[in-house]
Design a protein around this ligand. Sequence first.
Ligand code: HEC
Length: 279
Amino acid sequence: MNKTALILAAALAVLAGVAHAAGAPAPRMESASIDPRDVPSLQRGARTFVNYCLNCHSAKYMRYNRLADLGLGDQQIADNLVLTGRFEATDAGVQYVPTKTGETMQVAMRPEDAKAWFGAPPPDLSVQARVRGERWLYNYFLAFYRDERSATGWNNLVFANVGMPHALWELQGTQKLVATSFDKASDANAAAIAAKGLALVEPTPDHRFVVKTLAPDVPGTMSPAEYRRAIGDLVNFMAYVAEPAKVQRTRLGLVVLMFLGVLFVLAYWLKREYWKDVH
Ligand code: HEC
């Protein structure tokens, strides 16, 4: 018994150590309120996604015509959301063939080129919302700032040294990093909480603590509130792409639970009916 307890304690200690080592300082994030049943929001998110992301990223498990779920007709999808195409050699020479709505969301860029340009290939975004979570994504789009030392001129408070330039900078404008240094961790944490938004507390080699926050620099075409709504819509859409049937799934789950509830009452009543004669 004692041996088991010891082994268990050792395993727990190792696990805690691993968790601690893996945890680079995590930023305090804003919460993202998104609603998968809000169809207009999903439509706006789809528009942002095809306009600003498919240049570099694919969503190769998503077919354009699946957007019909969002109340869009085939023609609407073809006219407004399919912005890509490719050149193909035909008998009449090289011709531009627009992507059909039955195709998946591919990207024209070759992965090798992308790797050379950005240092890392842009990952496929089909299930990215499941990988990172909605809150992370929302804050990722809030967290870009100008950084002259990076190759793209951009850095990110949530994803340090990211290879992606800020795709939505025209909408958000640019931000700059504000770093304040503190002697004590408690003071640094208090300052991070007081910032009431995205903030990162990082220990420095000389045993001090730096609180990193972002301040607006050059304004974009959207106000901060409009931009938050736009990225909320975008993340809502990315969550939809990652799991298009989520709303149906939860609805079906409720129906099944209700059915089981009714069945339970009937079964119980039947059981009493049968056992009445036995006793
Ligand atoms: C100019 C090309 C480019 C555009 C445009 C672009 N991205 Fe990226 N993106 C990249 C690259 C390159 C990376 C890989 C960065 C790395 O790993 O350092 C990346 C990474 C990401 C990641 C992080 C992936 C991870 O590792 O978790 C997400 C999420 C993302 N992009 C979403 C988007 C969305 C949404 C849009 C549209 C608003 C967009 N990107 C537009 C190039 C781009």
